[in-house]
Ligand binder design. Structure first.
Ligand code: SF4
Ligand code: SF4
Length: 395
């Protein structure tokens, strides 16, 4: 127990771990409980948003110590999906509370080798650039006055075709190679100030409007730099200029193998082949932070409906279990969430699942591969699908 916690317990004062206005906003109504993936799988109050906020209050008031096992377990079991935030009538900023909670509990401790390794890898501009060097990433290109495309850290290494597709969709996007990581992983894993500093640094490296192809990064960047500086790709493409310029509206997605970037799932059968009248059935998995943090969920669906038969997957707004580092740190819990998601994808009978976040991309691509019934389902980023359909912003 820290000195601050001792003193808070003794005097009835607050320890100052959480901004008071954030913690006091919760009215304990419980509206958030049914939307919480960990609560609906355990039916334990402590594994609900309201229960976790009670634990935070106990920590703040010194009635429970930081090394209390329930406090430690629940700070980690929470997916950080912020589904509770979007249904809360009191406007509680749960995501921010969670960042402060983990910063207090995890900073300099409770973090295993895997997490420390991940944060180290994306913690410097040079190492992030190395991630991109192993694969061909987007061109610097674009007009001098164009918006700046954020390349991301893991997306740069794992799915560089996504940034290339974004530039194909909007050639005015500039993609300077000399850019670092936005710091979202740090902010969500016990290094809040470092994560915010990295976002500010990236804001200086990419002046003006920053366009991202990652829902998680866009929400973190917008929190630090302001909503007006950051646009997620689907939001960017569906503004008044982009919406008017859609040469491929209503056309089937071209699904020929040669039109894809590397590293994606096998083709989805003959349904969307060139010349075929049958449209692909396209589902969509929301990015939690994009939907719950920035309120962007209509835009990607609108775009997908233009290039195929859009199918709403049941529970698409719920977390897929990737949740940043969660799938690495809590693989069993992550797989439990993923399994329900795969059931829903199977029931929707889709040919393709579109994603807008690299974590969801990897989680669902691995997931469909693991289930024989889904072997023909392809997972791809929205940008890749739009390029294949011949969609272009301003073209
Ligand atoms: S977080 Fe919001 S919805 Fe949940 S209990 Fe508190 S006030 Fe109610
Ligand atoms: S962030 Fe997600 S998992 Fe965590 S309390 Fe809120 S709804 Fe539950």
């Amino acid at each position: 127990v820290s000195a601050a916690e001792h003193s808070a317990a003794a005097s009835g004062e607050r320890a100052g771990i959480f901004p008071a206005e954030l913690l006091d906003a919760c009215i304990s109504c419980g509206f958030c409980l049914p939307s919480c993936p960990t609560y609906v799988r355990t039916w334990q109050e402590t594994s609900s948003p309201r229960g976790r906020i009670s634990l935070m209050r106990a920590l703040e008031e010194g009635t429970l110590p930081a090394d209390d096992p329930t406090i430690g377990e629940e700070s980690s079991f929470c997916l950080g999906c912020r589904a509770c935030e979007s249904v809360c009538p009191a406007g509680v900023h749960y995501g921010e509370l969670l960042e402060h909670w983990r910063d207090h509990l995890w900073h300099g401790r409770r973090r295993g080798v895997k997490l420390r390794g991940l944060l180290w890898l994306v913690g410097s501009k040079a190492r992030v650039r190395m991630l991109g060097l192993v694969r061909r990433h987007a061109k610097g290109g674009g007009e001098a006055e164009g918006a700046q495309l954020m390349l991301g850290c893991f997306e740069r290494g794992l799915y560089p075709q996504v940034s290339r597709a974004a530039q194909t969709l909007d050639p005015s996007l500039r993609a300077p190679a000399d850019q670092g990581c936005c710091g979202a992983l740090h902010a969500h894993n016990g290094e809040l100030e470092r994560g915010r500093a990295m976002a500010r640094e990236l804001g200086e490296q990419l002046p003006g409007t920053i366009v991202t192809t990652s829902g998680g990064c866009s929400a973190h960047l917008a929190e630090v730099l302001g909503r007006d500086r950051v646009r997620e790709l689907s939001d960017w493409l569906t503004d008044s200029r982009g919406a008017a310029a859609d040469p491929g509206a209503g056309e089937p997605v071209r699904a020929a193998r040669g039109e894809r970037g590397p590293g994606v799932n096998p083709p989805v059968g003959s349904g969307g082949a060139p010349g075929s009248a049958k449209k692909l059935r396209i589902g969509y998995q929301d990015s939690c932070h994009l939907r719950n943090g920035l309120g962007v969920h209509r835009q990607p669906r609108e775009l997908l409906a233009r290039i195929g038969e859009f199918v709403e997957i049941k529970g698409a707004s719920e977390c897929c279990g990737a949740a940043g580092t969660y799938s690495t740190l809590r693989p069993k819990d992550s797989k439990r969430v993923l399994s329900d998601k795969l059931d829903a994808i199977e029931a929707a009978r889709v040919d393709v699942v579109a994603v807008v976040n690299p974590g969801c991309y990897r989680q669902l691509a691995d997931g469909v591969k693991s289930r024989a019934e889904l072997k023909d389902v392809r997972v791809a980023h929205l940008a890749e699908l739009l390029v294949e359909a011949g969609w272009s912003r301003g073209g």
